[in-house]
Design a protein. Structure first.
Length: 84
Protein backbone atom coordinates (compact mmCIF):
# COMPACT_ATOMS: atom_id res chain seq x y z
CA UNK A 1 0.00 0.00 0.00
CA UNK A 2 2.82 2.40 0.82
CA UNK A 3 4.38 1.79 -2.59
CA UNK A 4 1.13 2.76 -4.32
CA UNK A 5 0.97 6.02 -2.36
CA UNK A 6 4.52 6.82 -3.39
CA UNK A 7 3.71 6.01 -6.99
CA UNK A 8 0.83 8.51 -7.00
CA UNK A 9 3.04 11.26 -5.57
CA UNK A 10 5.84 10.55 -8.05
CA UNK A 11 3.38 10.38 -10.95
CA UNK A 12 1.93 13.73 -9.96
CA UNK A 13 5.37 15.30 -9.79
CA UNK A 14 6.43 13.88 -13.17
CA UNK A 15 3.21 14.97 -14.87
CA UNK A 16 3.57 18.46 -13.40
CA UNK A 17 7.13 18.80 -14.63
CA UNK A 18 6.18 17.47 -18.07
CA UNK A 19 3.34 19.99 -18.28
CA UNK A 20 5.86 22.81 -17.84
CA UNK A 21 8.38 21.32 -20.27
CA UNK A 22 5.76 20.71 -22.99
CA UNK A 23 4.45 24.26 -22.99
CA UNK A 24 5.03 24.73 -26.73
CA UNK A 25 2.30 22.26 -27.67
CA UNK A 26 -1.22 23.75 -27.51
CA UNK A 27 -3.35 21.17 -25.62
CA UNK A 28 -0.86 18.74 -24.06
CA UNK A 29 0.24 20.92 -21.09
CA UNK A 30 -3.35 21.40 -19.99
CA UNK A 31 -4.06 17.67 -20.01
CA UNK A 32 -0.85 16.87 -18.15
CA UNK A 33 -1.32 19.69 -15.64
CA UNK A 34 -4.90 18.82 -14.76
CA UNK A 35 -3.89 15.18 -14.36
CA UNK A 36 -1.00 16.20 -12.10
CA UNK A 37 -3.27 18.34 -9.94
CA UNK A 38 -5.92 15.63 -9.56
CA UNK A 39 -3.43 12.86 -8.77
CA UNK A 40 -1.44 15.14 -6.44
CA UNK A 41 -4.47 16.17 -4.42
CA UNK A 42 -5.63 12.56 -4.20
CA UNK A 43 -2.16 11.53 -3.05
CA UNK A 44 -2.01 14.27 -0.42
CA UNK A 45 -5.34 13.28 1.09
CA UNK A 46 -4.42 9.59 1.33
CA UNK A 47 -0.97 9.63 2.92
CA UNK A 48 1.42 11.55 5.08
CA UNK A 49 4.77 10.18 3.88
CA UNK A 50 5.35 11.43 0.35
CA UNK A 51 3.44 14.67 0.68
CA UNK A 52 6.33 16.81 -0.61
CA UNK A 53 6.39 15.22 -4.04
CA UNK A 54 2.62 15.53 -4.29
CA UNK A 55 2.81 19.24 -3.39
CA UNK A 56 5.49 19.77 -6.02
CA UNK A 57 3.25 18.01 -8.55
CA UNK A 58 0.29 20.26 -7.70
CA UNK A 59 2.41 23.42 -7.88
CA UNK A 60 4.00 22.42 -11.18
CA UNK A 61 0.54 21.46 -12.44
CA UNK A 62 -0.74 24.92 -11.57
CA UNK A 63 2.14 26.54 -13.40
CA UNK A 64 1.49 24.18 -16.32
CA UNK A 65 -2.17 25.23 -16.45
CA UNK A 66 -1.19 28.89 -16.68
CA UNK A 67 1.49 28.25 -19.30
CA UNK A 68 -0.83 25.95 -21.24
CA UNK A 69 -3.60 28.57 -21.30
CA UNK A 70 -1.18 31.24 -22.50
CA UNK A 71 0.15 28.91 -25.20
CA UNK A 72 -3.34 27.89 -26.30
CA UNK A 73 -4.40 31.55 -26.45
CA UNK A 74 -1.33 32.39 -28.52
CA UNK A 75 -1.95 29.53 -30.94
CA UNK A 76 -5.62 30.45 -31.33
CA UNK A 77 -4.79 34.11 -31.94
CA UNK A 78 -2.17 33.11 -34.49
CA UNK A 79 -4.67 30.89 -36.31
CA UNK A 80 -7.63 33.27 -36.32
CA UNK A 81 -5.87 36.63 -36.66
CA UNK A 82 -3.11 35.69 -39.08
CA UNK A 83 -4.43 36.26 -42.61
CA UNK A 84 -3.09 33.79 -45.09
Amino acid sequence: MENQKRNCAVTSMILGILSIVSCCVPILPLVLAVSAIIIGIASMTKNEGFRGMAIIGVICGGIGVVMGCVTLYGWLMWIFVNPF
